[in-house]
Design a protein. Structure first.
Length: 171
């Protein structure tokens, strides 16, 4: 909780105000009742980012139930246009993941996990935007499509391959 100071405290207790701001916040109550809040810049930036993410999330969540071309167009013009590469199931999962991450971030006071989540989903969506990659990544697993790799022969740092059968042989 922020410590409350009076305007006269600015001259007399400047260091105490800055220390309070560093450790959670400092409120300065002006003579007219206006409250001013001093917070660490990183905290304010995190709150602004969280508010932006929450706004973007709500806009996407609002069009999700429509499942129409209009809802897909809304996703394309969102701040996260890469969401258009996701199918309906993945888009629904993104919305669920983002909701949970935002809630946890607001409670913990950190937006970093949400930023990481969005980056991971962006990477996934970019991979799925390529039709060939999409087919490979989403195709059902079939063991016949794969072969066991043979181990390579060990090499020395000089790049010479040594035949283990020739070791110790003089002839």
């Amino acid at each position: 909780m922020a410590v409350i100071f009076q305007p006269s405290d600015l001259n007399q207790h400047g260091r105490a105000i800055l220390d309070a701001a560093r450790h959670g916040g400092a409120r300065i109550r002006d003579k007219d009742g206006l409250g001013l809040l001093l917070l660490p810049e990183e905290r304010v930036e995190a709150l602004e980012t969280a508010a932006r993410y929450a706004t973007e999330f709500l806009a996407i969540e609002r069009v999700m139930p429509l499942a129409t071309v209009e809802s897909r167009n809304a996703v394309r013009v969102s701040p996260w246009p890469w969401l258009a590469s996701l199918d309906d199931e993945d888009l629904a999962q993104f919305v669920t993941d983002l909701r949970e991450s935002l809630l946890a971030g607001f409670k913990a006071g950190s937006i970093k996990p949400t930023e990481q989540l969005i980056e991971e989903w962006r990477t996934t969506a970019e991979q799925l935007s390529d039709p060939t990659r999409r087919q490979v990544l989403l195709a059902p697993f079939c063991a016949d499509d794969y072969v066991a790799a043979e181990p390579s022969e060990p090499t020395e740092p000089d790049g010479v391959t040594h035949d283990p059968d020739a070791a110790g042989s003089d002839g």
